[in-house]
Design a protein around this ligand. Structure first.
Ligand code: NAP
Length: 256
């Protein structure tokens, strides 16, 4: 087998929001496990390209693709780019997501709730649609796996912080449950990881840069998690080691 034939057999993982945080840790680990990795990002081209260089320096294969994973045209362009680069897709990690400033429900604007749902819910739905079209044995694909990144907030509710965020992740949990049943016979497994508080930039973007430290006392394991600890769960659920897991929700949250 030539080197090029060998690389064409390597599985391809697409990670939305792969430039930083949990998505970037997942990209690094997946590349170490032999995936060719597609790192989608919105605006931080520097971070995405730096990650591609790191992966390539370690002998892995990765490409960075800018696209708004909450917009239908952006998602379509993203999947078409994957088709062009690799001609196959084995794993979708629906990871891109946002929080917003701490607010009570009576303070929320329509625009904020609409944006939260568009990025955290509508985007993952449409990404999954495009992945299913490519992976499903129903359409001539060879199967695959989808891992959705939810949050412990989905079962805790986010009161006095961001109920809209928590509700968006609750929607992801239900989406995963239904999609898992819908596509199980088509060779696609769909699972969910629910991280607790993880040390990434997302907290600063929501105005709580110290949340990992300030939450530690309320977490049974006594600390926030690291992005790599979520990446381990995502990559495991995507792998054949999890071949009998579908519709599963894996809480990786230090025990909250
Ligand atoms: P993060 O550090 O803020 O990184 C967010 C990533 O998403 C970045 O790569 C960003 O791209 C990308 N992104 C945001 N909006 C996008 C869009 N519209 N299209 C494409 N990419 C977009 O976040 P994180 O903490 O790693 O969180 C990742 C996921 O885990 C999210 O779904 C989050 O809700 C979930 N989660 C996180 C925690 C936590 O404590 N960190 C806990 C529970 C769940 P740019 O670099 O281009 O901006």
């Amino acid at each position: 087998m030539t080197a090029s034939q060998h690389s064409q057999q390597q599985p391809v993982m697409l990670i939305t929001g792969g430039s930083r945080g949990i998505g970037a840790a997942t990209a690094r680990l997946a590349a170490q496990r032999g995936y060719r990795v597609v790192i989608n990002y919105l605006s931080r081209r520097d971070a995405a390209e730096q990650l591609v260089s790191e992966i390539e320096q370690e002998g892995g294969s990765a490409v960075a693709i800018q696209a708004d994973a909450s917009a239908e045209d952006g998602i379509q362009a993203l999947f078409e780019a994957v088709d062009q680069h690799f001609g196959r897709l084995d794993v979708l990690v629906n990871n891109a997501g946002i929080v917003d400033q701490v607010s009570r429900v009576e303070e929320l604007s329509y625009e904020r709730v609409e944006r939260m749902m568009r990025i955290n819910v509508v985007g993952p739905f449409i990404c999954a649609r495009e992945a299913v079209k490519r992976m499903s044995t129903r359409f001539g694909g060879h199967g695959g796996a989808i891992v959705n990144v939810s949050s412990a907030a989905a079962h805790r509710g986010g009161a006095n912080q961001y109920v809209d965020y928590a509700a968006s992740k609750g929607a992801i949990d239900t989406f995963s449950e239904g999609l898992a049943k819908e596509v199980a016979a088509d060779g696609i497994r769909v699972n969910t990881v629910r991280p607790g508080v993880i040390r990434t930039d997302i907290h600063a973007s929501g105005g709580l840069p110290d949340k990992p430290e300030s939450s530690a006392a309320s977490i049974p394991l006594g600390r926030a998690g690291e992005a790599e600890e979520i990446a381990n769960a995502i990559v495991w659920l995507a792998s054949s080691e999890a071949s009998f897991a579908t519709g599963a929700v894996l809480d990786v949250d230090g025990g909250v």
